[in-house]
Design a protein around this ligand. Structure first.
Ligand SMILES: C[S@@+](CC[C@H](N)C(=O)[O-])C[C@H]1O[C@@H](n2cnc3c(N)ncnc32)[C@H](O)[C@@H]1O
Length: 231
């Protein structure tokens, strides 16, 4: 069982103590009404058996050459993605195209599912851990969503469709994989139909600043960070 430096043990996030601390934090930060809406959404997802839980990837079946370069699964919450897309719109200065949202390292499909509910026409996730991809497929089916697709593949092999609008990276891998993914994106740039934006959540690689145009960077009250780029 090999651990990578980027793949920290996140399993405490599935415990009751952690969940209670997040409930109290939400009450403090968002007030009772928003917290109740969030709890109801969670209960609805629980009733349908939707699983976005945090998971280590050491023991999972990973495809491709870069099995030791990925981070553990931590799913994006709908609140965080809402905030990120709102902040992207602010720094772009106008509403951006919402044809296609692609998540590199999409885990159990949380971000592609949330992005679809937040107005993207089509969303695609690329996930190299078979068990996480399979859970994503189940989550999508249980919610009855169309035009939301999880692909079982290594991120470096994914070819973007020409109608790509927003690329999402939630700290999925280290700089070795990131440089290859970025080179692929730049090689395809001439084919893109419109401007393409990148949201990099909890950034750990600096190479994006060299290759893309940095529009803005933010640190949130929660401690989460994000960088916003134009390709
Ligand atoms: C921090 S999680 C983000 C999950 C998802 N993007 C979300 O926001 O809910 C990072 C994910 O990247 C996946 N991953 C790591 N390296 C990868 C690679 N080379 N190709 C595809 N997926 C990868 C991991 O298995 C993990 O599910």
């Amino acid at each position: 069982m090999k651990k990578t430096h980027t793949n920290a043990d996140m399993s405490h996030q599935n415990g009751l103590a952690y969940k209670l601390s997040m409930l109290f934090k939400s009450l403090r930060d968002n007030g009772i009404k928003t917290t109740i809406i969030k709890v109801l959404r969670r209960l609805e997802y629980k009733r349908k058996g939707i699983d976005f839980s945090t998971q280590n990837i050491y023991d999972l079946t990973r495809t491709g050459e870069y099995q030791e370069h990925g981070t553990a699964l931590v799913s994006t919450s709908v609140d965080f993605l809402t905030q990120l897309l709102g902040d992207l719109e602010k720094c772009v200065g106008k509403p951006f195209n919402k044809e296609l949202f692609v998540d590199y390292g999409s885990g159990k499909g949380a971000a592609i599912i949330h992005a679809k509910t937040l107005g993207f026409k089509k969303t695609i996730g690329v996930e190299f851990a078979k068990e996480l991809h399979e859970q994503a497929v189940q989550n999508i089916e249980k919610l009855g969503l169309e035009d939301v697709e999880s692909i079982y593949a290594d991120a470096t092999t994914h070819r973007l469709a020409n109608d790509i609008s927003v690329i999402y990276l939630f700290n999925p891998f280290d700089e070795v994989v990131m440089s290859k993914v970025i080179d692929n994106i730049l090689n395809q740039k001439k084919n893109f139909n419109d401007d393409v934006y990148v949201i990099y959540g909890n950034p750990s690689c600096s190479i994006l600043k060299e290759k893309f145009e940095l529009l803005d960077e933010k640190t949130y009250i929660s401690g989460a960070r994000a960088e916003f780029y134009k390709v």
